[in-house]
Design a binder for this molecule. Structure first.
Ligand SMILES: [Zn+2]
Length: 174
C-alpha cells in the first residue's frame, strides 16, 4: 500500500501531516490523555508523531496532560520500532538463515538463535513457543502481526520466524 493513498492526520505537537501508521493516537479520558496503542478507542483522538522529539515535547504540552506511564508506553514502542526488523527480515528472506511457522521452527530449533513471534499470535501458541524458547535458551521478541510476518515470505499468515544464523540473530537482538 502506498502512503499517499492513506488519509493523513496532523501531529498535535509539531503540526506536520502524516499517515496514521507514522503517528501515535492519544485519546482523552477523564480529563487526561491516554495512549491508544491499537488506535481503536471510540473517542475523539489526537495524533502525535512516532518520534522521540514529539513524544518528548508532548510531556511538556499544557493541552495534553498525560500520565508518565502512558508516555513511557509510547517511548517503549518507539524503541521497539527503532530497529527495522522488517527490513532485515526482507533482506534475509531468500537466505537459508530464516525458518518460519511453528512446525518448521520446532523442527530446526537446535539451529535457531533468535525468534520473532507475531504480536497477535494466539495465547496457546505463544505459550508453546515461549516455553520451547526458554527450554532451549533462545531469546525472542514479539514483533509485527501474523500478516506482516507472512508478507515477508509471501504467505498469508506466519506465527513465528526463527533466525538460524548467529550473526544475523545478534544483529536483530542488539
Ligand atoms: Zn510531530
Amino acid at each position: 500500500m502506498k502512503n499517499s493513498d492513506l488519509p493523513e492526520r496532523t501531529c498535535a505537537v509539531c503540526r506536520s501531516k502524516k499517515t496514521k501508521d507514522q503517528l501515535f493516537r492519544i485519546v482523552e479520558k477523564n480529563g487526561e490523555f491516554i495512549y491508544d496503542r491499537e488506535q481503536k478507542i471510540q473517542s475523539r483522538g489526537s495524533y502525535v508523531c512516532r518520534t522521540h522529539e514529539c513524544v518528548k515535547r508532548l510531556l511538556k504540552h499544557r493541552k495534553y496532560k498525560m500520565d508518565i506511564s502512558e508516555l513511557t508506553k509510547m517511548v517503549d514502542d518507539l524503541k521497539k520500532n527503532s530497529k527495522d526488523y522488517m527490513g532485515i527480515l526482507n533482506a534475509m528472506k531468500s537466505s537459508q538463515f530464516l525458518t518460519f511457522g511453528i512446525n518448521m521452527v520446532f523442527e530446526d530449533i537446535e539451529k535457531v538463535h533468535f525468534l520473532i513471534i507475531a504480536e497477535d499470535i494466539s495465547e496457546k501458541n505463544d505459550k508453546k513457543i515461549i516455553s520451547k524458547a526458554k527450554e532451549q535458551g533462545i531469546k525472542y521478541i514479539h514483533y509485527g502481526n501474523k500478516n506482516q510476518l507472512g508478507e515477508v515470505f509471501g504467505k498469508a499468515e506466519i506465527n513465528v520466524i526463527g533466525v538460524k544464523n548467529k550473526k544475523v540473530a545478534r544483529g536483530l537482538m542488539e
